[in-house]
Every structure is written in structure tokens, then in C-alpha cells.
Design a protein around this ligand. Sequence first.
Ligand SMILES: Cc1cc2nc3c(=O)[nH]c(=O)nc-3n(C[C@H](O)[C@H](O)[C@H](O)COP(=O)(O)OP(=O)(O)OC[C@H]3O[C@@H](n4cnc5c(N)ncnc54)[C@H](O)[C@@H]3O)c2cc1C
Length: 458
Amino acid sequence: MTNPSAKIVICGAGIAGIAAAHALTVVHGLDNVVLVEQGDPLSLTSDKSTEAYRNWWPGPDWAMTAFMNRSIDLIEALARETGNRFHVNRRGYAFTTADTAKIPFLQTMAKTAESRGAGPARFHETPSSPYKPSPGRGFDFPLTGADVITDPELIRRHFPYLNPATVAVAHARRAGWMSAQQLGMVMLERARQHGAKLLKGKIVGADTAGGRIRAVEVELANGRQSLACTHFVIAAGPMQKEMAQLIGVDLPITAERHLKMSFSDSLRAVPRSAPMLIWLDEQHLPWSDDERAALAEDEETRPLLSRFPAGVHGRPDGGDDSTALIVLFNHHGGAADVVFPLPQPAHYAEIALRGFSTMVPAMQAYAGKAARPFIDGGYYIKTRENRPLIGPLPVAGAYISGAFSGFGVMGSCAGGELLACHITESALPDYAPAFLLSRYEDAEYRALLDRWGDGGQL
Ligand SMILES: Cc1cc2nc3c(=O)[nH]c(=O)nc-3n(C[C@H](O)[C@H](O)[C@H](O)COP(=O)(O)OP(=O)(O)OC[C@H]3O[C@@H](n4cnc5c(N)ncnc54)[C@H](O)[C@@H]3O)c2cc1C
């Protein structure tokens, strides 16, 4: 067990740092935990997400599924304890395609997900097959696994708003969304009630004399202060690489810029009870002939006529009275430098909206006139194989909880729990080795990386 006089400094009060503070104080009873945050808690990346979760993860093994199942268990337990204050639903993710060649892929994915612990695969190939939509609210029902619907009539009956060319829908059931900001606030409040302190300041240095963490240097409003500590947790989101460099550790991570657009779907093109909708096909954006001709004339707009990648996705946001719809289209991909304020690629809202309208054609009514779209986003911080880094670093007393890519909200609770188990030297779950930085020291693991798939990124 950790020495009770341990002083734990966590750099960053995003959802990763807050979940770590929550696990250390509320679960393990440590009262000497300080969260150092340069801005407002949860305000850099953690309140910019799509706030969604899923236990549908690719391989090559069961580790991500087990990690997310555990995290969802913990999220649901917190939701039960708080009367679902952060509005978790379990509407699922509907992966959709108009490409018959993708049907075997979806069927295999569902079977493979089942073998990794995501729940049973069910196949619906006739109109009378017993597929049931997920309830719009709540999360406390037993349906898990995935339903792969390939019967056209069944697809039309349950998803009349999808492109009529849709030939398959894979509906992953232990999935949905919540208010990430409220989840974070629930954990922060509880951690503070159990003694965690929140200090506004920027960590700018670290004392690692003798190869162990002894103190961090914090820039406060009224000057610099050295904060003695026995443990230092890097949960710095987009700044985690530079924080690790402060203690001489080079993290194998890159950043990707991801944006999202919210706007008012006043025509209710997407039903308010819809699940998360994901289009799995590459596409050319739907333009009219006149628009196409006009776009072709200008070098700046010509790229809008090119082929766009798969993966546009979105979901309704807010309650039944809301008309808000969130749409994400990471068509601009690739590694990026971390720069704030976030640069925006040209025409993002138009591209996201048009791309989404390929999946939900009624959205084409908004073409060129979506009511005041609002764009925000942040950075996915990623390892090569899209798995997080959770555990000790090669400086005694230093830890990381990071590289949470596009799954830091859904993985926050299990991430915080795992980090706290490392610090307190408690029993570790089976998936712990999969997330250690030291995994890259293993030559076999490094070889596996060359054959690794896409890591399940959305
Ligand atoms: C567009 C988009 C959509 C997403 N959708 C989803 C989704 O649907 N589901 C999901 O699970 N995840 C999603 N994510 C990912 C998720 O938002 C992130 O993985 C998660 O928020 C990362 O949390 P974090 O605590 O690591 O980082 P952050 O929230 O960025 O927190 C890090 C904190 O550290 C602070 N900090 C940094 N350096 C210092 C310093 N030197 N001193 C003091 N403080 C410092 C920062 O100010 C910041 O507050 C999405 C992300 C984006 C961008």
C-alpha cells in the first residue's frame, strides 16, 4: 500500500485527471491529492467530445473490450448512485453501409466482438426477425452485443430515415452517450469532498533528483511555488508529451485534430430517439449539378468534389424538446501540431453536413443553409495502436494517464481506477499490461504493431 503520507500531484483536471483523483480519494481513501489545473476543470478537451461510449472494440485481443466493459460498469454505478445526473443512455451505435461487400465484415466484427466479451452477435436476415430498437432513455437493461440487420424491409421499418441504398446496419448495444461534463463534475465534487484539492496553476518544472520525483514547480497567479510530492501523475491531455519531457521521458504519441459541428435540426431529419449513426462508406459529397460546376471553377473549392473518407457520424443532442444535432467528419485526418485556439479546416460545417446527408438524405434540405452551425473540438492524443498509456513511467514516482484518443470519456472511470491501483500497489486487472508504456520494450509487441489494424477509431 502507498505510504499514507504520500503526496500525489496530478497535472490536469480533465476527465482523466479527475477520474484518477476520484479513485485515489473516494475508493482508496487517500487525502493528500492535489489536482493542478492551468485553466478551468474539464474545459480543454473533455467538454468538447461527442460524449459517447461503446464496448465494441477491435482487437487484436480482448483488452480494450474488457477495459471499456469495466469503465461502463463504473459509469453505470455512478449513474445509479446519482439518479443518473449525467443522463447516460444506452441507445447504441448503428454502423451503416450501402456496400454489400461490407456485410461479411460487419458479421465477422459482431462475432469477433462476441468472442472478446462484448455480448452476443445476432443476425437478422428476414423481415420477421425479432430485432428491437434500444429505448431512448436510461441504461439499466440487459441487452448487449450487436444486431446485424441485412433484411432491407427490416432496415426500412426501423431506420426509415437512412439512405434507401443502405444494405446493412450493425447495432452495437452496450453503447450510447451521456453528459461528459456532468460525469466529470460528479467525480470532481466527490473527490473534493474526500479531501482532493484543486489548485489553479501551470506546472512548469519538476525536481527528479536521484531519479525520483520530489517536487513540481507550479506557476501560480502570484508567482512560482515548488510543490513537494512523492507521486506525480501526468494527465495533461494535449500537453502530455511536453509534461513527460519535463521529467526526461519521451512518449510515443501523436496528436490529431478532431472537430465537431452542432446545429439545429429543426426539420427533425434525425429522430430524437435515434442511436449514434455512423456511415461506413467512402463518398463523394452530394452536390447539385450547378453546385458541382461552380465548385469546379475555383481551385480553393475544387477539393470539395473529391472522394471523402468513410466515418461521418452524428447523434441527436439534448432532450426531446431540443433540436440539436451533432455531426463529426474527420475528413482532414492525420497528425497535427497542438495549437490553440483550434484551427479549422475550410468548409468544415458544409462538408460535415453534406457528408451526413449521404446517410440521412432528409438532411439535404439544409444544404447551404444550416442554421448557424457551431464548431468546436480538440485533439485526439494517440499511440500508434490507439490504446491508452496508464501506469508508471521510468522515473520513480511518476505516472501517466493519457493517450485517450477518442475514448477518454468512456474510458475515464476504468482509467482512473487502474492508475489508482498502480499508485496504491493494489491488485491489477488482467488488462493492465496492455496499457503500460513498457509494452513497447517487448520486441514481439513491436512486431505486432506492424500488423495492427485501425484501432477502432471514430
Ligand atoms: C471532437 C472530439 C470528440 C470526442 N468524442 C469522444 C467520445 O464520443 N467519447 C469519448 O470517450 N471520448 C471522446 N473524445 C475524446 C475525449 O474527449 C478525450 O480523450 C478526453 O477528454 C481526454 O481527457 P484528458 O483529461 O486526457 O485531457 P483534457 O480534457 O485535455 O485535460 C487535460 C488538462 O490538463 C491541463 N494541463 C495541461 N498541461 C498543464 C500544465 N502544465 N499545468 C496544469 N494543467 C495542465 C489542461 O489545461 C487540461 O485541462 C473526443 C474528443 C474530441 C476532440
